[in-house]
Design a binder for this molecule. Sequence first.
Ligand code: MEV
Length: 435
Amino acid sequence: MVGKRNSRLPGFYKLSVEQRRRMAAEALGVTVDELVQAIENGGLGCERADKIIENVVGTFALPFALTLNVKVNGDDFVVPMVVEEPSVVAAASNAAKMIRAGGGFEAEADDPIMISQVQLDGVPDATTAGDRIMQHRSELLELGNRAVPGLVRRGGGVRGLEVRDLGEGMLVVHFFVDCRDAMGANLVNTVAEAVADRVQELSGGDIGLRILSNLCDERKVRIRCRVPAHALGSKEFAGEAVRDAVVRASRFAEKDPYRATTHNKGLMNGLDAVVLATGNDWRAVESGAHAYASRSGTYRPLCVWRADGNDLVGELEIPLSLGTVGGPSRVHDGARMGLKIVGAQSASELAMVAASVGMASNLAALRALATEGIQRGHMALHARSVAIAAGASGDEVEAVAKRIHSQGQITLDAAETALRDVRRAAVPVRPQARP
Ligand code: MEV
């Protein structure tokens, strides 16, 4: 892992890709070659991809970018993001800068405990079965731990268990497994399979599924931030007005699942991008997050915002199972570089950083929506993609994007016309030959 770093890289967004690579490499303490080799071509060759999944015919690349200004528990982090949506990276960096003005993100993480589920069916007497299983607690923990000796050596292992009666003869036994720096899916599934036969004997029922739960609510992170109102303002909007508008937007999400879903989507824009860039399982993160958001019986926002004196205060709680060892980081150069860039000392620290970026994305979206609306910033970036689709390259992209954006016509037709105009204007006019 790389040492402490500064995540403030002023003017980064204005540089060319080449210049950004040089600046980032210097800030991160890696060589430009190391950086480029890891992420060029998506960080994964076809030959290796063929060893990861089945029926491979190629690989599929997405933009790999860096989010700046992120400060978590007093430390700076340059955070890699992999995402296809314009504005997400710029917005997260901007919001992280506002949050930094209030001291940055304060984060805490539970121990990295995952839940291993063993299902039992046709249990004749659920109460007796539950009691017998709990009486054999030590034996079952030992059985589980024997199946994951490497994890036990690294300081993790099976920490406890509980029995839940689901009714109609169905019991489920939860084994709580401390996965240390692993995401943990394989470890937890190994434990479930290792203990299943004995659990079955003790219950008198039939064994059912043996698998982790992605509702990893023993492995949550909590993030808090305090943003001074002045940091939220812009030329057009006073900071206090923005603060109050963000609070109203948060209240809307708290009252309405339709809005809460989109509110959380904005948060996942940032969080998922970090999950992806570090080679983690975003489907696991997504399913856990949304199940947790629904735990009251109504779908609710994961992050809420309140005014406190002159400041805006945000609070986020989310279950998050990320790993810094194992998984795709073994075989994917881009994921390995993503982990190196973020430089987290543990899976828990990575989870705190990723959730902080999610919180920044949420704030950025609410601030934009509650003031000028999302489309202005969005469309400026969208114009670039349309310009590229029309055939623009190099400096033409910016020139065409600017034209169609200022005309308020971000369409392929408009971009093709603008590209013709830009090219015509760029051709030096030859002096006419004298007759
Ligand atoms: C778009 O990807 C995300 C937003 O819709 C989030 C939100 O509405 O809060 C802008």
